[in-house]
Design a binder for this molecule. Sequence first.
Ligand code: MBD
Ligand code: FE
Length: 291
Amino acid sequence: MTAQTTAESRTEFDAKAAESGQQATDRYFENHRVDVAVSKERVNVLAAEVINGVADTIRRHKVTYDEFQAVKGWLIQVGLDGEWPLFMDVWVEHAVEEVATENRKGNKGAIEGPYYVVNAPELATPATLPMRDNEPGTPLLFQGTITSVDGAPLPGARVEIWHADSLGYYSQYSPGLPKWNLRGTVVADESGRFQINTIEPAPYQIPTDGACGKLIAVAGWHAWRPAHLHLKVSAPGQQLLTAQLYFIGDAHLTDDIASAVKPELVLTPTAVAGGHGEEVTYDFVLDPLDA
Ligand code: MBD
Ligand code: FE
């Protein structure tokens, strides 16, 4: 299984972590549509409720001017550090995901997080994700079948997959990695089957050197997410599934800083007989578009 990475071995990562926050801001508009119309009625109700919620908290806890100015400075710093994507995805997205998928009959999903990139290279199954020569980490064969809710295999299904390397770095967000390292779009076969060769990611510590890390430190929280694979699974006529998969035995399954673990999303890999590394089968069930 993925070993717990110690704080000592993360020095280089920590030094560069603020850059991944800034990258997530710089790249956000490339990878997301934000020109979505939200009605005046919705903005009025939601903005007023959030603002009133803040005022209620201030009154209930008798927040002081010093605390108010400290928070204002911190909010400014989140933006200067480019960490709004990180903040939103760690502390807010899980609730949006729960609401968006509450009526789903197929697979449970999970949050997208800040490090998705559109248009990762297409790979036929059986696929090996782009990785460096001697990419560190336990080899992992991840395979499964993609079906509809009535059990029919889905031809034309695709698995977009992206994950951190064995030190917790994401390509295009941490410097020094090949552009598409550990990212790919795997095209399943006619019976919806896919096989992906990769390596097991490390548990992930969100950047500790920026404003989000400061909040975590002063609140006495920890910065860890369990090791995870990110996925977007799609097929013609089916709803896109955004999910993450975790690994049994991970120390942070029960206290993910991003509140994004669900029991249905935990993998139990087994040792490959006579080989090296691990393998695991996980099947995806997609909901129809019109549901
Ligand atoms: C990640 O890799 C992640 O998945 C989330 C949700 C937040 C920060 C880093
Ligand atoms: Fe992640």
